[in-house]
Write a protein that binds this ligand. Structure first.
Ligand code: MSP
Length: 642
């Protein structure tokens, strides 16, 4: 592993015309999570965020408030700066484009390009959209409006300065072709190549002061200020020492990764890259475009009027749960739907049930049976379950690392959670809570094995939930100094270390009722008999039904149905049973694997959607859809329910 690698991650710098919202928060938390993972993997890491303070939008926002642009910026930047610690975001630098260290670099870059003939004076004619601070030609307009926002555009004819962007079209196409992962995901790369299949125009990089005064003056013509995007993009270099500390700049720049939203892809992949080429600077390593958080198919930053502000969820349910939800729910590159209901389900199922209960049970058991200390491991592994749990825990680090490097963050989180679920299954299979009566040393070894696997799982979840995972690592007696690669090796937990846990790590929250389409009840949920009250059954009839606890071995959607899941459930019969359950609208298949359910085991087999279902999974018919029944503590598969 190349541990001398540098990982330099940036977020867009955010406009200070508005307060921070979920879009800003998602991108910045994702950058923080990636930075923390790369630090865990032993790389030198640098994480930059900041604010974009120039341009027409900011000037107008300040004017509306009756403030000078500078006073407006000074106040608004604090909303961003102060938000990040509350989301547990730890950046290495925060840049403002009104800082002298940035303005000096912008002027130096402009002067160099002017001296090299890369900038010329010309006549500009076109349509200006203030919302996106961009110019468009008459052909680019859609029904006379801005093609990106549908907003008003203004016809403009004036002298301006232009950057010879068109010169670099072929070199840029060549770079993108030669470096397949330069723009991620691939769909965005294709979008940029599509854009570049049309002739590239030169870029207007100035605004006459008479029209816009809030910007960095051009060093070679003080009657003009710099176009806000030309100014803003340079922040990625000015913050790390371009033209000031070349050595530091070169080192960090060699690992540059720009995280951006899909709406600012062209400015980054075309304007920025060609600017760098003209300046004789290397291109960044990667440009990663994420999707949007949507509600009712609308970009959320615009539609907050109709929903709860996601940022307020951190105050109600905890910042770690919010970070977990944002990372687990969105596939980097695709859009995702936000709802408080989906948030609460993730919180309850993944964090409260799977993770929280596990830590709680282990610590409480160790308090009762092992004087509240980590019990000693076995001299050697006794069972195949011991070995397979250890092997899974040892493989988890490299697996998560490769998923993070491939930007499959949601899968990396799922891989760590699968280890958590495997530990739950291990405890269900090996039963230390029973074994302790006859063989306390063996029970202790089982608990050690579970705690050690849990330590690795928590280390891998810590970049996503730094607050809670640090607390839980401490609770199970693990070292909590900043995670390092060594922490992913088996055997880090020292026997005899005290365990201590206060309260439930992730208290469950009621899922309030939400308006909208009611979730479908479970296909197999028993229907209440009509009218004159339920018919009574004799105990003999009741005893004819075999109820059993089973462990879900696999779960997958049934193609063609959004309601049905095909499950395989281990009922202790050798081969798992195929079952079809109408729980697909409420449960994510991956989250079910390893969970225990209650099954009617002697129901006559039937075909559902062409698949055999040999039994019925029981669920409560909740207002929000089916809620699966499960034993309160793990039991061996096949355990009868009476
Ligand atoms: N100032 C420019 C960026 C300059 S970078 C050199 C800018 N600022 S912004 O304040 O508008 O920030 C926008 C960022 O937030 C974009 O990356 C955008 O994709 C992201 N989001 C805004 N709403 C969003 C969602 N609903 N969901 C996810 N991200 C979205 O553009």
């Amino acid at each position: 592993m190349a541990e001398d690698r540098v990982f330099y991650i940036t977020t867009p710098i955010y406009y200070v015309n508005d307060r921070p919202h979920i879009g800003h928060a998602y991108c910045t938390v994702l950058a923080d999570v990636l930075a923390r993972y790369h630090r865990l993997f032993g790389e030198e890491t640098f994480f930059l965020t900041g604010v974009d303070e120039h341009g027409q939008k900011v000037q107008e926002a300040a004017a509306k408030r009756g403030l000078s642009p500078q006073a407006h910026c000074d106040e608004m930047q604090a909303h961003f700066r102060n938000l990040w610690p509350t989301l547990h975001v730890v950046h290495d630098d925060f840049i403002r484009t009104t800082e002298p260290r940035h303005e000096a670099v912008v002027q130096e870059a402009l002067q160099r390009l002017w001296d090299a003939g890369e900038i010329y004076r010309g006549e500009y004619e076109g349509f200006y959209s203030p919302r996106v601070e961009k110019f468009f030609t008459a052909e680019e307009l859609v029904d006379g409006k801005c093609p990106e926002t549908g907003g008003e555009v203004f016809r403009i004819q004036e002298a301006n300065y232009f950057f010879r962007m068109s010169r670099y079209q072929d070199a840029l196409i060549d770079h993108i072709r030669r470096n397949p992962d330069f723009i991620a995901p691939e769909s965005r790369r294709n979008e940029v190549l599509g854009f570049l299949s049309q002739p590239l125009k030169d870029l207007c990089i100035s605004r006459p002061k008479a029209r816009l005064s809030w910007g960095i003056p051009l060093p070679f013509d003080p009657e003009f200020v710099t176009y806000v995007w030309f100014d803003a993009l340079l922040n990625y270099c000015s913050a790390i020492g371009l033209y000031r500390d070349e050595e530091r700049f070169r080192r960090l720049w060699s690992g540059a990764h720009h995280l951006i939203g899909k709406d600012i892809l062209t400015t980054h992949s075309v304007y920025w890259t060609t600017m760098l080429m003209a300046l004789g600077l290397p291109l960044p390593r990667r440009i990663i475009a994420h999707g949007w958080w949507l509600v009712d198919r609308t970009k959320m930053s615009k539609s907050l009027g109709n929903v709860v502000d996601p940022l307020s969820l951190k105050d109600r349910y905890g910042v770690d749960s919010l970070r977990y939800f944002l990372m687990r729910e969105m596939v980097v590159g695709l859009d995702a739907d936000f709802s408080e209901e989906a948030f609460l389900r993730r919180h309850n199922f993944d964090l409260a049930n799977d993770l929280g209960n596990l830590v709680n049970r282990l610590v409480r058991f160790a308090e009762r049976a092992f004087q509240g200390r980590v019990p000693p491991p076995a001299d050697r592994e006794v069972s195949s379950q011991d070995r397979s749990l250890r092997e899974m825990a040892q493989a988890a680090g490299p697996l998560v690392r490769s998923l993070v490097e491939a930007l499959r963050v949601e899968q990396a989180v799922e891989a760590a959670m699968n280890l958590v679920r495997r530990i739950n299954r291990y405890l269900a299979e090996t039963e230390p809570f029973k074994v302790v009566k006859e063989d306390p040393a063996r029970a202790g070894a089982l608990v050690y094995q579970a705690l050690e696997a849990l330590r690795i799982a928590l280390t891998l979840l810590r970049p996503v939930m730094p607050g809670k995972c640090t607390e839980l690592l401490k609770a199970i007696g693990a070292d909590t100094t900043e995670g390092r690669l060594e922490d992913l090796r088996w055997g880090g937990l020292a026997a005899g270390t005290p365990l201590a846990l206060e309260g439930a790590p992730f208290p469950r929250h009621e899922v309030p009722s939400f308006e909208g389409e009611p979730a479908a009840p479970a296909a197999e949920a028993p229907k209440a008999p009509a009218s004159e009250g339920p018919a009574l059954v004799s105990i003999e009839d009741f005893q004819k039904i075999q109820w059993k606890v089973g462990t879900v071995v696999s779960a997958a959607p049934v193609p063609g149905s959004d309601k049905l899941l095909a499950l395989e459930v281990d009922l202790g019969e050798g081969a798992p049973r195929p079952l079809v359950a109408g729980i697909g609208k409420v449960y994510d298949p991956a989250s079910l694997v390893g969970r225990q359910v209650v099954v009617v085991a002697n129901l006559a087999p039937r075909k559902v959607f062409g698949r055999e279902s040999r039994g019925m999974v029981l669920a409560a018919s909740g207002d929000q859809g089916p809620v699966l029944l499960a034993p309160m503590a793990p039991v061996p598969p096949g355990t009868p329910v009476r």
